[in-house]
Write a protein that binds this ligand. Sequence first.
Ligand code: MEV
Length: 438
Amino acid sequence: MTKAVSGFSKLSKDEKINWIANTHFSNPEEAIKTLKKYWNSDADLQKLHDEFIENTITNFYLPLGVAPNFLINGKNYTIPMAIEESSVVAAASKAAKFWSHRGGFKASVINSEKIGQVHFIYTGNKESLVQFIKEIKPKFFSETESLTKNMQKRGGGILDIELRDKTSELEDYYQLHVNFETKDSMGANFINSCLEQFAKTLKDEAQKSTLLSEEEKNIQVVMSILSNYVPNCIVRAEVSCLVSELKEDKHISQEEFAEKFIRAVQIAEVEPFRAVTHNKGIMNGIDAVVLATGNDFRAVEAGVHAYASRNGKYSSLSHAKVENGVFTFWMEIPLALGTVGGLTNLHPLVKMSMEMLGNPSAHELMQIVAVAGLAQNFAALRSLTTTGIQQGHMKMHLMNILNQFNANEEERKQVVKHFDKHTVSHSAVVAYLEEIRK
Ligand code: MEV
């Protein structure tokens, strides 16, 4: 066990690295070498990355891939994806190509409201509180004017402020539940700043109020923070074609494929164990684009999974049906994304990703991201209900195994050729490598 360290954040980067290397690694020199190997030779670029977080010691790379041929609302996109999982970009590209010949993806933003809350404790008479909040409501707006001025110019701002009585769930617990429109920014800073001002106004006005007794003036604000649950910030993505156009697999008819595919979706609708994996496949696509475009994938993940449980049971985010010979596959998900602010203006690769997408608005990005998720889900279900997932998965994983065993170029060529006709498994690849190395 290593000893605790004090004042670590005040050490220089080199001092931090030396401390870590000497206290956590059997070969400190090797550890320092590895950490430095990932530093960028451009000192300014490295400094930019160093300053994203505290205690940066090196960079942690993820591949940035692209999935071309995404036809969305009639417009062609090449979608950037930052992800480490071998088969995701290949699967997205395949699904994109498949649907580009069948009218492409349709996507639309249903609404884009964000939510923030001031959570507080009030022990007095409820009716007095209701009257007090009604009286000071204009103050919530006027005292945040300096914060909302610019947002209003862009068409956003505070939409509504509501007092919610939560005392049946927790004694004396109330909240200000606030709806915001934040246009092209994700809006976390804007929302949190407004909420902190509301909290201040709430406390200050309570002190002055004639509607509250001395005891009732003692409102205790517990916290003020945005919610990452955004059920009113919803985007829909959809594909459809005639069942006869599905032409899926030589071993299975179009009708059989459509039926099996829909069954697979229905299973995810009723069975949480399957729904989690089904939705994980959707998030493979979503997170990769969210990351590449500098958005907060943890916020998106939390919000999406909460939404998947909104009816009291965790369920599939996507749905499928056949009606009048038309196969339709769709999904509605909450996505709070930004195309201005945060990392979007700072990270050079995020800027490139945005440019690659044609510098989309937040609404357009919501559509692109949702489509990437739906495409990923389609690709996974297509494999699962036909060949099984492992065939494609292991083909992509082959490179990882070859890297693990330091295969040279010639060995790689031979192995790839051999496994074009043989089933890939870790042991089969190792055995074949050993055979050709003899
Ligand atoms: C793997 O990352 C994702 C899948 O498991 C998704 C699914 O099962 O639908 C293939």
